[in-house]
Design a protein around this ligand. Structure first.
Ligand SMILES: C[S@@+](CC[C@H](N)C(=O)[O-])C[C@H]1O[C@@H](n2cnc3c(N)ncnc32)[C@H](O)[C@@H]1O
Length: 248
């Protein structure tokens, strides 16, 4: 076995053990195809530096799926996800591959990113379950096509938690959950987020700290649920959630 293939296999096994889930041959081929496409497109446009070996398998694939390890045990269940600020497709495309009965909307304001996302969805055969939208979260969250329409609204590395909460909560249906991916997470941030969520008629359901394999650090996930309908004034107009963040 070549060193590259051996390293790849070791990385795979470690992350699937961690997830207590393993991809089918088809899903594994889709992950590998995604990695190849990222490498190819990276030569034309700067998408991400996390494409090789463990960077891809742990920092991208495992990091995207580990917070959903409970959902991964029930892949037969069909859910609607929206990934806000999807960038080059994480966590959204990883979720679409891993959850074969779910529909995923990938939203990003950058058309450079959404052009790539559309192309990848087609190439790996997921375009029937993936919808790609080029729009700001603040606009999409007011659009009746998207508002109150998702079981999960998710964001990784988009903005601070209180800002992201204003982007995500308007997309949730009455039983929906928002998942905010954070590296470090402090009591001070939690207090600010709680105040922001009170404005949005939502609350923290739980926070969970995961340790990524291969010394990739800590991933905190904040799970949020709605208490009541999100007030119609949220999300505020483009740029306002960031300039005048809720929670202070
Ligand atoms: C740092 S990247 C993270 C991408 C990906 N989620 C990841 O973790 O690799 C942030 C992305 O969010 C998008 N973004 C930031 N604010 C946004 C907004 N208000 N509406 C839509 N997209 C936004 C940017 O265009 C960018 O692609």
């Amino acid at each position: 076995m070549s060193t590259d293939k051996k390293n790849r296999t070791v990385s795979h096994l470690m992350i699937w053990n961690e997830l207590k889930w393993a991809p089918s041959e088809k899903q594994l081929a889709q992950f590998i195809h995604l990695q190849e496409l990222l490498k190819e497109w990276n030569k034309k446009i700067n998408l991400t530096r996390l494409v090789d070996g463990d960077d891809f398998w742990t920092a991208q694939v495992c990091d995207s799926l580990l917070p959903l390890y409970e959902e991964l045990q029930h892949p037969e269940v069909s859910h609607k996800y929206i990934d806000i600020g999807s960038g080059c497709g994480f966590p959204g495309i990883a979720i679409a591959i891993a959850m074969p009965n779910s529909d995923i909307t990938l939203l990003d304001s950058s058309s450079k990113k959404t052009t790539f996302l559309k192309e990848v969805s087609k190439e790996i055969g997921l375009d029937s379950r993936i919808k790609v939208v080029t729009e700001r979260a603040e606009e999409a969250g007011r659009n009746p096509i998207f508002r109150s329409n998702f079981d999960y609204a998710i964001a990784r590395a988009v903005a601070s938690a209180n800002v992201v909460a204003e982007y995500l909560v308007p997309f949730l249906n009455s039983t929906g959950q928002a998942l905010i991916f954070k590296g470090s997470w402090s009591e001070a941030e939690q207090q600010i987020l709680k105040k922001a969520l009170a404005e949005l008629n939502a609350e923290i359901q739980r926070t969970h700290e995961f340790i990524l394999p291969n010394n990739r650090g800590i991933r905190n996930i904040i799970r949020i649920s709605s208490i009541n309908k999100c007030p119609h004034q949220y999300p505020r107009s483009i740029g306002k959630p960031k300039k005048q963040p809720l929670g202070y």
